[in-house]
Every structure is written in C-alpha cells, then in structure tokens.
Unconditional design. Structure first.
Length: 277
C-alpha cells in the first residue's frame, strides 16, 4: 500500500513539474524579448532576430552618418563664404567712401592744397582699413582675402565621398584692387575706384553663387538622410503599438496560467487528501 502511495505521489509531482515548465515556456522567452524591444526601441536587438535585415539596417546607418557628416562639411563651407562676404562688404563700404572723397577732390578749383591733403589723409585711412581686412580675414587660421589660397577648397558633399570645389579667387589687397597708389593730391582717375568696386562685386557674386550651390547640396543631403532614416526605421525600429499589444497578450496569458496553476494545485491538494483518507 505504501509502495503504491509513494508512486502516486511521484506521479503527482511530475505532473505538477510538467505543468510549471509549460507555463515558464509560454512566458519567459517571448515576454523578455518584447520587454527588450520596448526598452531599446529596436526590433532587431541581435543578429538572430533577422541577420539579413540587420545587415541592410547597418548599411543604411552608414549612409545616414555619411549624409550628416557631409552636411556638416557643407555648412563649414557656407561659414567660410559668409565670413568672406561679410569682410568684402566692409571693403565695399571703404571703396564707396573713397569714391565720395574722390568726387569731392575733383572740385580742385575750389580746394586748397591743404584741403586736398586732408581728403587724401582720410582716403589713406580707408585704404588702410581695406589692407587690414585683406590681411586679417581668416577661417580656421586660413587667410581668405589676401590671395594666398588661389587653389580653392574641396568639400566632401555627400555620403559617398564626392566633393564640391569652392574657388577662392578672393584677393582684396590694395595691389589686387589697383588702388595701392591712388592719391587725390596729384593726377587721379575716379574710374580706378569704380574698377575696384566692380572687382569686389564680382568676387561677392561668385561667392553668392557658390553659397547657393552649397545650400542645394545641404538640402539634398537632409532629404536623403531623412528618407534613409525612415527606411531603416521600418526595418529595425520597434513598432510600439504591435509590441505593446503582444506584451499585453503575453501578460494576459501569464495571468491565466497562474490562475490555472493555482486551480491545478488546489485540485492536486484535494486528490492527495482523498488519497490518504
């Protein structure tokens, strides 16, 4: 009798163990995976979740990083052009003032030599201002307006390493503008100043065209990065609605399983009680 009772007891214990194992199998793996997806925001938390999709996602990630880096490069190029243009705007102001003073000096019949010298002294100050701008305008310690970098700049413009060339023919030195020896106390020609103004205007126009080109490239990279990010998201990112619904389903199953476990244990307890009585 005791032998039979012992084997029945072992049978009940094995049955209970099998039941508990089934419950554990239902909840552990799937629930933990869903928790991980919701916590990280990534559906592909490892290569085992989709090796091919993960490889595509990583390639897209490299493309996105390339577009963003290129955009930063292009913005740096924009900064360079903006600094140059702002400085050339100052040169234009100086030249306009020199032209005004030259027109004033043209009325030499009503001006004394001292008057002309006073006008020339102010013109000399304007010329010195232009010389200072030409020698001191820099970007990242590179001189921009003294003609020392006539070769221009190459800027990586996209994620594939293609580049845009920015021509840097900006030379606003007094010699380059043709006004190094301009002096209203002797013979002078106002057209000399007009030619200098035209040179500066041409340099600024070229810079403006290059700036617009960089804007186009920046907009293209931003658009490409946005769409590539969206494509990568569809592959690798968690669908929170679907994952949350699935997690709720797993939690419901777990609750149901615990209820069934409790009932099973109660039934088992009654069976054991009936067996010994």
């Amino acid at each position: 009798m005791r032998f039979v009772a012992f084997h029945k007891c072992l049978f009940f214990q094995k049955e209970r163990s099998d039941f508990m194992g089934g419950i554990s199998g239902i909840n552990s793996a799937s629930s933990y995976s869903l928790y991980g997806q919701l916590a990280s925001g990534k559906r592909l938390t490892s290569a085992s979740k989709g090796a091919a999709q993960l490889a595509i996602s990583e390639k897209q990630n490299a493309q996105i990083r390339g577009y963003n880096t290129a955009t930063n490069n292009l913005k740096s190029g924009k900064d360079l052009l903006n600094i140059s243009d702002a400085a050339l705007s100052g040169v234009t102001d100086y030249l306009q003032r020199i032209r005004d003073l030259s027109l004033q000096a043209s009325n030499s019949a009503l001006l004394s030599d001292d008057d002309l010298q006073g006008i020339q002294d102010e013109i000399s100050q304007m010329k010195q201002g232009i010389a200072d701008i030409a020698s001191q305008t820099q970007y990242n310690r590179m001189n921009l307006l003294d003609g020392s970098r006539s070769g221009g700049f190459q800027i990586a413009s996209d994620g594939s390493g293609n580049s845009i060339s920015i021509q840097n023919d900006s030379n606003s030195t007094l010699r380059a503008l043709g006004i190094a020896d301009f002096d209203v106390t002797g013979n002078f020609d106002i057209s000399t100043i007009d030619n200098a103004l035209n040179k500066v205007s041409s340099i600024r126009s070229q810079g403006g065209a290059q700036s617009n080109r960089l804007d186009y490239a920046i907009n293209f990279n931003s658009y490409a990065a946005y769409n590539t990010t969206a494509a990568r998201s569809r592959i690798s990112d968690t669908d929170y609605g679907t994952s949350a619904t699935e997690l709720k389903k797993q939690q419901t199953l777990q609750t149901y399983s615990l209820m069934m476990q409790k009932r099973k244990m109660q039934d088992e307890a009654r069976r054991m009680q009936n067996f010994w009585t």
